[in-house]
Design a protein around this ligand. Sequence first.
Ligand SMILES: [Zn+2]
Length: 356
Amino acid sequence: MTAQSQSRYHRQELIAGIGRAGQQRMRDAHALVVGCGALGCAVADILARAGIGRLTIVDRDIVEVTNLQRQSLFTERDAVEGIPKAEAAKRRICEINSQVECRGWVEHVGPDNVISYASDADIILDGLDNLHTRFLLNDAAVSLGKPYLYGGAVATRGMSMPILPGEACLRCIFSEPAHLQTGETCDTAGVLMSAVVAVSAHQALQAIKWIVGANDAIDRSLWSIETWGNRENRVSLAGAKVATCSCCAKRDFEYLSGRHEDQATVLCGRGAVQVAPRGIEGTVRRIDLAKVAIMLAPHGSFGMRGGLLVGTLRGVQSPAGNAVELTIFPDGRAIIGGSIDETFARGIYDRFIGGS
Ligand SMILES: [Zn+2]
C-alpha cells in the first residue's frame, strides 16, 4: 500500500471496529450493487469512498433529468447525453476513487444472469426499484450463502434489512412480494432524497461491518424510517427465521427458477412490447385499474376504453425518441407502445405500474 493510500483512509481506520486490518478487508472485497437509482448511487458512493476493492454495478436504465434530484452519482451532462446509469455511475466512481476496480453492466437482472453476477461477489446490495427482482436477489443470496442487504424507499419513508447466511431471509418476513407492496412507486408517489440517503446509509453500514468482520455489530433488524413524521422503527430479526420458509428452509428457489418472471414479448407489427406479470403459481394476477388510473393521472392523459386503461406518458421518451403509450389490462398485462426494446418496456412497467 502506498503512503498516499494509507492517508486516504486514515479517518476510517481510526474507527475501532475497522482499523488497518478492516481497511485491508475492504480492499480485498467485491460488492455487487443491483440497480443504480437513488439507493444504488448512494451505496456505491459510500463503498467506493470507503475503499472497497471491487465494485460491480448493474442497471438497465438511462439517466433522465428527473433522476438528478436524488441520484447522487449523476450530473446534468449524463442526463443530456442520456447515457446508461451503469456507465455514468462507473465513470463517476472512477473519478471519486481510482483505486476501486469498478465495472458497470447495462442489463436487466433476471434468473438467467443473477447467479453469474452474485457468485463473483462477496456481498450483494439492493438498489432496485421493484420487488420482484428483490425476491430474485434473496433467492440468489440464500442459494449461494452470501449476504444481501435489502433496502427500499418511496415517498418519505424506507426500510432496510440485512439477510445474512444462515439467518432469516426476506421471505421469512415477507413470504411474497404482495406483502411488501404498497401500490406506490417513486415515479407515481415521489421520493425524498433524505429518505433514500437514510436507508442507503443503513444498508452500506451493515455491508461495511460484514466486510470488516464486525458481524456482531450488524443491526439484525428490519429497520424502517418515516422521515416526514419523524418516526423510526426497528423489529428484531432474532427468532425471525421461519422453519417452513420456502426459500431458506426448503431451498425452493421460486424466483431463480423463473416461475414468477414477468414475460416481455415484442409485438413486432405494432412496434410495442407486452409485459405480462406472473402471479402466484397457477393464479392470474388482477389489478385495480381505477387505482392505477389515479396514480397515472399526473403522468399523462389516461382514460378507460373498452375495459382497458389507455394513455400516453408525459415527459418520457422511448430509446428511439417516440412517445410511450400504455394499454393496461385488468389481469396486470400491459402493452408498452413506442418501442420494441424489452428492457425499456420492463423498466416502464416497474416504474409506473409495478407497484399496483
Ligand atoms: Zn427464509
